[in-house]
Write a protein that binds this ligand. Structure first.
Ligand SMILES: [Zn+2]
Length: 229
């Protein structure tokens, strides 16, 4: 079921699925909404399979993207994110849902989502929040580490909607070097002239590997869902 489409009497006892992403630069070749599109795709597929158990929340598009300062992004601060999410989750509990799974596809949200999870879970006995993140799962599909807009993300988007990958722009990228400290002490803008953090070489666009990634992520999310429902 979808939160925006159900009535108040259908909410009780369900598990909320909250996709969260970002709106930020994804190199010269991927859409600003890449992370949000990925999170929403995965959450939507699970909702289609478990309609009676879950409620799909509208995607939270705006995330924490300070690590892309210098490039365009539309986002919110860490403090705002904590307050915003904690209040959404508190009212989710009040509305009668059993628990919530946050489905995150943006690395910049990771640490703050952990705090949010702690805040809710350690102050509630029965209502629990689970965090399912696609970050760091490359399932050894590529011989590179895609930290941002690289082979993995590009291939996932290609698998979701090939028209969203501008492959001509990928050809223009001629520097894949990454400066030390990216996402720790320096931004993507400072680390690579294209804002692409694909450690180990050129971007490989492979729709099939993108599909495999999505299938494996769905499988893992399904395992989590089954264990809590
Ligand atoms: Zn991304």
């Amino acid at each position: 079921m979808k939160l925006l489409e159900i009535t108040r009497d259908e909410i009780k006892g369900k598990i909320g699925l909250l996709p969260i992403g970002s709106i930020e630069q994804h190199g010269p070749h991927l859409p600003m909404g890449t992370d949000s599109i990925i999170a929403e795709t995965i959450a939507t597929k699970i909702e289609e399979k478990y309609k009676e158990d879950v409620i799909l929340f509208p995607t939270i598009f705006y995330g924490c993207s300070l690590e892309h300062s210098g490039y365009p992004y539309i986002g919110i601060s860490y403090i705002t994110m904590i307050n915003y999410m904690v209040e959404i989750l508190k009212t989710t509990k009040k509305a009668g849902l059993k628990s919530a799974i946050i489905i995150n596809a943006h690395g910049g949200n990771e640490s703050v989502l952990d705090i949010i999870r702690r805040q809710i879970n350690f102050t509630n006995k029965h209502f629990k929040v689970y965090l399912f993140s696609i970050i760091g799962r490359n399932y050894d599909l590529f011989n590179i580490i895609d930290m941002h807009s690289g082979s993995l993300e590009t291939s996932i988007i290609k698998a979701i909607n090939p028209y969203l990958v501008n492959e001509e722009k990928i050809k223009e990228i001629n520097d894949y070097s990454v400066k030390e400290g990216v996402f720790k002490t320096i931004t993507s803008y400072e680390a690579n002239p294209y804002g692409v953090i694909n450690i180990g070489g050129k971007i490989e666009v492979n729709e099939n590997k993108g599909k495999i990634f999505i299938d494996r992520a769905l499988n893992d999310l399904e395992t989590l869902l089954i264990s809590i429902k």
